[in-house]
Design a binder for this molecule. Structure first.
Ligand SMILES: NC(=O)c1ccc[n+]([C@@H]2O[C@H](COP(=O)([O-])OP(=O)(O)OC[C@H]3O[C@@H](n4cnc5c(N)ncnc54)[C@H](O)[C@@H]3O)[C@@H](O)[C@H]2O)c1
Length: 278
């Protein structure tokens, strides 16, 4: 029932991780892809994968935090495809900045803003005329984080910008609803990607506990996120707008609850340290 045949989809940061899985999933569902990716090697790789799978794809090497690049991207998509059906605002990064709020510098705050929220404004604004060309049924899906809905100590600024995506999504959804253009977001829990390389981050002695940290017993895979994005962009979600889809294996529902080594539910700590290698 999820069929994007003939539809045009833009995925930002589509070289690896959640963006890559999303681009490939849309391709499998029949869409034509536009991908922007700042790293040449990753752009080459996704171009090869999409073309190898028989998917028509325009892969651009560029940085979505640069406004001239974004303007050019909109022109190029319009010239090649004559509009846009789905915009996936996937780029986001905690930039390996993990520190207490009072130690954050202005420069770090600006960099976190640029890569987690500002480009969502500029890319979305540039793409709205292209979405309007396709009209009712087109949609925007942004990738926020479960940490926009839950605390992340040592990540207060990142969390604030991710929470900002929710406010933007709701208000823009209302502004565009009369035109039939929907605006939603997904909020992933920890997902195994190059940015969040779980197997490197979690110390070997703690790995056996992974199955008990998240109610559904594992961390996310990029394909879990792609599934939610395709659903929200599809006609199955035709009356869903302004909404956040938590894709988290039950983590947000669990709050502080998890299973100890004996499988007993608890909300008190039974291990020391944070279980991470950093
Ligand atoms: N992986 C997780 O655990 C997790 C959890 C919550 C939210 N998220 C969010 O999911 C999204 C994707 O995360 P991921 O883990 O797949 O990331 P990733 O870093 O593994 O992949 C992101 C891709 O985007 C590219 N990119 C980064 N900045 C760019 C820019 N300015 N312009 C163009 N391309 C750029 C990178 O080169 C990379 O190929 C992000 O918004 C992230 O905040 C991820």
């Amino acid at each position: 029932m999820i069929d994007f045949s003939g539809k045009i989809v833009l995925v930002t940061g589509g070289g690896v991780g959640i963006g890559r899985a999303t681009a490939e999933a849309f391709g499998k569902a029949g869409a034509k892809l536009a991908v922007i990716e700042k790293r040449q090697d990753r752009a080459d790789d996704v171009r090869q994968a999409l073309e190898g799978a028989g998917v028509e794809a325009m892969v651009v090497v560029g940085d979505v935090t640069d406004s001239a690049t974004v303007a050019r991207l909109a022109e190029d998509i319009d010239a090649r495809f004559g509009g846009l059906d789905v915009l996936v605002n996937n780029v986001g990064d905690f930039l390996m900045i993990a520190k207490r709020f009072w130690d954050m510098t202005d420069d770090e705050i600006e960099r976190l803003y640029a890569v987690n929220l500002r480009h969502i404004f500029s890319v979305t604004r540039a793409m709205i005329p292209l979405l309007r060309k396709k009209g009712a049924g087109s949609s925007i899906v942004s990738v926020s984080s479960i940490e926009g809905f839950r605390a992340i100590p040592n990540g207060a600024v990142y969390a604030a910008f991710k929470a900002g995506v929710t406010g933007f999504t709701k208000s823009l959804a209302v502004e565009l609803a009369p035109e039939g253009i929907r605006v939603n977001l997904i909020a992933p829990e920890t997902t195994d990607t190059p940015q969040v390389a779980i197997w490197k981050m979690i110390a070997p002695e703690h790995r056996e506990h992974i199955k008990s940290w998240i109610p559904m017993g594992r961390f996310g895979e990029p394909e879990d996120m792609a599934g939610g994005i395709l659903f929200l962009a599809s006609s199955l979600a035709g009356w869903i707008t302004g909404t956040s889809l938590h894709i988290d294996g039950g983590a947000l529902a669990a709050g502080g609850w998890y299973r100890d080594v004996n499988g007993t539910w608890t909300n008190v700590p039974v291990i020391t340290g944070n279980g991470m290698n950093f």
